[in-house]
Design a protein around this ligand. Structure first.
Ligand SMILES: O=P(O)(O)OC[C@H]1O[C@H](O[C@H]2O[C@H](CO)[C@@H](O)[C@H](O)[C@H]2O)[C@H](O)[C@@H](O)[C@@H]1O
Length: 396
């Protein structure tokens, strides 16, 4: 990666070819012959809808809010619930033909990793901690913390979150890893490799333990603007019951999970009106549109305001690999685990360069650029523990 391009560029990244053609067969997860995802099995997963909410000026934002949120009323008749959950199982199992479980494919992953150095990238919300109603209470369990600590002792590990870097560090509380907040727009990484003093927006700093680090903030010029928008959003949404605005330093989240659906138009219009005055900010939707068959959807229900710069979690992965001295090496296997639409940028980077494995955490079928899947944070924990066990057997 040319780090001189790491400076804020006011363009969106070019579209990335999602085709699977041309990918090393050894890197591909095992899929039985003819295992393509069939539309005949009760389920069609919509392709990613182009542009919905990528641009606040586009229409359809309300539809996207609806389509990515759970049904508010659950089916009450036992019979209906049974049918629905059977369908859900069938749909999930057929989806897993395309995105096999990283646990059942663990041998394939570790065989491919032999002789390579694994670098691990982890999302936070929905990956290390379960999705909960109150964003301030998205705590990770002690068991998960210990699994993350152990894995970080074995492999270079970074957490890449949409949260502010300070907030995610507060939740995780481990000094053994690297942290990137604000969807990768705030990276604290190691010094000593090819990321140099003249990399734009990168400064030498110290972490909480006084260790020398590189602090890379490609959107630093947006800080005053983000603060202003945050205050404005708080002020203007305070009359909407259940709305919550979260300052993630270089981006802002507007949560509507606890807002009555009748007020979604109000909240979306409010965000839209405020952003009219900020053409250098854009609005994205915090999750990928998913197929809703499940009664319990793993929705995210958040609108995210962020600078219009060519920087995302995928770029953050490349930056960290470079900082760790692990980029352009054939003997490195990056693995990225995440559940959110914003994690797709990282999955694409790993897939595009045939570089590593994306693992999507989802309990419902979703179209993704990941190779593998895990159902929920408890499976993520199991996967991390398995990596440690394998490393201790000296076979990684
Ligand atoms: O990149 P991530 O670490 O996955 O962060 C993405 C967003 O996560 C948080 O919101 C989500 O989790 C909350 C707690 O479970 C939940 O209440 C909310 O509905 C979800 O959208 C975080 O609060 C956001 O700021 C992050 O952008």
């Amino acid at each position: 990666m040319d780090l001189n391009h790491a400076a804020a560029v006011l363009t969106d990244p070019p579209p990335i070819n999602k085709s699977r053609i041309g990918i090393y067969s050894s890197l591909l997860p095992y899929s039985p012959p003819g295992a393509g995802f069939s539309s005949g099995l009760y389920l069609t997963i919509p392709r990613k809808r182009p542009g919905i909410l990528d641009d606040v000026r586009s229409s359809g934002w309300l539809d996207a809010m609806r389509s990515s949120s759970p049904p508010r009323k659950k089916l009450t008749k036992d019979f209906n619930i049974e049918v629905a959950s059977d369908d859900t199982d069938v749909a999930y199992r057929s989806w897993m033909l395309k995105y096999p479980s990283a646990l059942s494919s663990f041998d394939h992953i570790t065989n491919y990793a032999k002789g390579k150095r694994i670098a691990l990238f982890l999302d936070y919300d929905g990956t290390l901690s379960p999705i909960v109603d109150d964003p301030d209470r998205a705590f990770m369990s002690n068991a998960m913390r210990s699994a993350v600590r152990n894995v970080a002792k074995c492999f270079p590990t970074a957490i890449i979150s949409g949260r502010s870097r300070d907030k995610v560090f507060e939740f995780v509380g481990l000094t053994e890893l690297y942290y990137a907040g604000s969807h990768g727009m705030d990276i604290m990484g190691p010094v000593g490799h090819s990321v140099s003093d003249d990399t734009p927006n990168c400064i030498r700093s110290t972490d909480k333990q006084g260790k020398e680090v590189n602090l890379f903030q490609p959107a630093s010029e947006f800080l005053p603007m983000i603060d202003e928008v945050f205050r404005s959003l708080v002020e203007n949404t305070k009359g909407i019951k259940g709305a919550k605005v979260e300052n993630n330093k270089f981006c802002v989240s507007v949560h509507y999970r606890n807002v009555d659906e009748k007020s979604w138009t109000t909240i979306a219009k409010c965000v839209h009106n405020i952003l009219k005055g900020y053409p250098r900010l854009r609005l994205t939707h915090g999750r990928k549109v998913s197929y809703r068959l499940s009664l319990e959807n793993d929705d995210i229900s958040v609108l995210e305001v962020r600078p219009v710069i060519n920087w995302d979690k995928g770029k953050a992965v490349e930056f960290l690999l470079e900082s760790l001295g692990l980029s352009n090496c054939d003997d490195v296997l990056p693995i990225y685990v995440g559940d959110d639409r914003t994690d797709e940028d990282a999955f694409k980077v790993l897939r595009k360069g045939n570089r590593g494995y994306g693992i999507l955490v989802s309990s419902v079928p979703k179209e993704s650029s990941a190779f593998y899947s895990l159902r929920d944070p408890s499976e993520v924990m199991e996967f991390l523990k398995s990596l440690v066990r394998q490393k201790n057997l000296s076979s990684l």
